[in-house]
Design a protein around this ligand. Structure first.
Ligand code: PLP
Length: 397
């Protein structure tokens, strides 16, 4: 075959050399290929609430089918502002402080593109949701990692070393990303931890980007606190959330960034030229979703606690060591008991031979060795799905 005239060095950007495609999304493709039960990617396999599906259909029938205002339909922005007041006591101006994006995924990358210059550093706790590192690189910044250490006891928490965090704040630090409730660990950052982060942000004049996409999914009396609600943080925090997880509509691609007007202006410029806007009829349905009564969120959390406990029992029974999550819908596990050389070999065995897809822990770390004995499972799944996984995992023994 003739040698291709398209050489990577000549034609591809330097940036794309520093990251791979998402391992999480790749595991979903493998689950489909091998007919495995998919406990890898974090999308629910149960139906979205009927009210919001009805609202989406009604919006299409009412011909809300053209571009919405680029930074978001007014109904949705007003609903977001109203709920931030109710849930976190944060007053937000929907005209100047909210940008609706194509999922929180776009909100995060638009934010980083809006605030970062080449050479800036962005602090990220690891293990981390795998988008943050590529997003920082795409924005020209360098991720600077701070370790979360696994709990030492069955009911313990993931913790970080305060001195390690402090020393990550340096001359070129532009922002810190805080994801609470956290994917993949299930950690819910405490008020004390958030206050420490606040003090460092203020001392070093650094912004905070908080990914709060799991804001309604927490357990055991854990409390979700928005960093922006802490004194001194309102003007230096970009709060990111979306419809995907709270309303089981990950395919709708509606999320948002809430930030002070100066930063919102910059995010809106990037967002406009990246995507123009999120799907218009689904934004209308999003306003209806945010208007669901408090009982909806209570039931959401209690159903998730049942799923969490079901999967913990299944995995513990199959020989995994589970780290107890306080929020979000993932279980990080330790696989040392199985004697595999690493997490990738183990998850390949799991998806091909056992018929269950999970995510190799190394994809959440800068150094793959740190996650070599960890694997993440998602439990945003129907009881039948979890039970079928349980029966397949019997073959692991
Ligand atoms: N942030 C975190 C921490 C996630 O786990 C996910 C999806 O798994 C996202 C963001 C993506 O959310 P969205 O569907 O709003 O883009």
């Amino acid at each position: 075959m003739a040698e291709s005239a398209i050489s990577p060095k000549q034609f591809l950007s330097d940036k794309v050399r520093y990251f791979t495609e998402s391992v999480i999304r790749e595991m979903t493709r493998q689950a489909m290929l091998y007919g495995a039960i998919n406990l890898s990617q974090g999308f629910p396999d149960f139906p979205a609430p009927a009210e919001i599906k009805g609202a989406a259909k009604a919006a299409i029938d009412a011909d809300i089918n053209q571009y919405a205002v680029t930074w978001g339909a007014q109904h949705l922005r007003e609903a977001i502002a109203r709920q931030m007041q109710v849930w976190q006591g944060i007053t937000v101006d929907p005209e100047t402080e909210i940008t609706v994006c194509c999922g929180s995924t776009e909100a995060i990358v638009s934010t980083l593109l809006a605030i970062c210059n080449s050479g800036d550093e962005v602090i990220v706790f690891e293990p981390f949701y795998e988008n943050y590192a590529p997003d920082s690189i795409i924005a020209g910044a360098k991720p600077q990692f701070v370790k979360l250490r696994p709990p030492q006891s069955a009911t313990g928490e993931w913790t970080f070393d305060e001195r390690e965090l402090q020393s990550a704040f340096r001359n070129h630090t532009k922002a810190i990303v805080v994801n609470t409730p956290n994917n993949p660990t299930g950690k819910v950052f405490s008020r004390r931890e958030l206050e420490l982060i606040r003090d460092l942000c203020v001392k070093f004049n650094v912004l905070a980007i908080t990914d709060e996409i799991y804001e309604h999914i927490f357990y055991d009396g854990a409390q979700h606190i928005s960093l922006a609600s802490l004194e001194g943080m309102r003007d230096r925090t970009i709060t990111i959330s979306g419809l995907s997880k709270s309303y089981a509509v990950t395919g709708w691609r509606v999320g948002w960034a809430v930030a002070p007007p100066l930063i919102t202006n910059a995010i809106r410029k990037v967002h406009d030229f990246l995507t123009v806007g999120a799907p218009a009829p689904l934004q209308e349905a999003g306003a209806v979703a945010l208007g669901l009564p408090p009982g909806y969120y209570k039931e959401l959390a209690s159903r998730y606690v049942a799923r969490r406990d079901r999967l913990i029992a299944i995995l513990s029974n199959a020989g995994f060591h589970c780290f107890l999550p306080r929020g979000a819908y993932y279980l990080m596990t330790d696989i040392s008991a199985f004697g595999f050389s690493d997490d990738v070999a183990f998850t390949q065995h799991l998806v091909k031979e056992i018929g269950v897809a999970a995510v190799p822990g190394s994809s959440f770390y800068r150094d793959p060795r740190d996650g070599a004995q960890q694997v993440r499972f998602a439990f945003c799944k129907k009881d039948e799905t979890l039970d079928e996984a349980a029966s397949r995992l019997q073959k692991l023994k």
